[in-house]
Ligand binder design. Sequence first.
Ligand code: GDP
Ligand code: CA
Length: 313
Amino acid sequence: MRIVALAGGIGGARFLRGLRQAAPEADITVIGNIGDDISLFGLRVCPDLDTVMYTLGGGINEEQGWGRADETFTIREELAAHEIGPSWFTLGDRDFATHIVRTQMLGAGYPLSAVTEALCDRWKPGVRLLPMSDDRVETHVVIEDEQGRRAVHFQEWWVRLHAQVPARSIVAVGAEDAKPAPGVLEAIDAADFVILPPSNPVVSVGTILSVPGIRPAVAAKTVVGVSPIIGGAPVRGMADACLTAIGVETSAGAVAAHYGAELLDGWLVDTADAALEGDLGGIAVRARPLLMTDVDAAADIARAAIDLAGELA
Ligand code: GDP
Ligand code: CA
């Protein structure tokens, strides 16, 4: 069985850990979001790729959902002593090593896909992890505050401003001219089905789909998605602020409609949203518990997604 999944950070990574457990024999390719990537202290940081890599590779800080377990913050303290910012983005010492390796390889001319493969040689995530593109795509958010209307990097809006300043628009800068990374379209074409984990529909899955060529390739497949919205709210994080920015209601049904029936064949919603079960404008909706309380719970959800894909293929 060949499975492709499009993943952001925490929601995607936790689901993928379940998927790997549910389908240990499957050949799983993960197409990771790079829209959250940012350069800090001269280093290239890829938060979503790293969250997937650390989570599947056993190095994640479980409680937090991002960053390394057993982390220390000496470099951060030293940078603060030099009054070198930004201080709102937390990087631990172990995590810094990842960004140093990545930046060194990028500087030597390796594309991000090759760098990610090299990092995965260490982390052995048990899936093939591909960045959506080797080209730069960075999500920027247009906000309006005392300083007027301006665009800030997604991380500044998300981490520093906690998405509390309303977003006027969200733009994946560079997406229009980006090409899918080597292997991305081939993996989608070869897949038996594609899964959209419960990742942010706007700034994770939406950004991946905005790379020319990826959306039509995915749409040509049987696609099953898992709702990140339960009972009208994100399970964690501020996906509601992203949905509001693009004019989509924060509900499991509205997210499915936003993806659209030409993309999505099946949609898993939580039992809290069981009223949606049935046919939603051509999308088969099934309700089941969708809280990924532990790996077994995530595996149960993954199994349900695989079963639904099999049924709809
Ligand atoms: P990020 O890049 O770290 O924000 O992570 P993702 O884009 O992969 O996922 C964020 C989404 O995961 C949020 O919208 C959450 O609502 C969703 N999420 C987190 N935990 C769970 C869970 O246990 N169940 C479901 N259904 N969604 C979850
Ligand atoms: Ca992210």
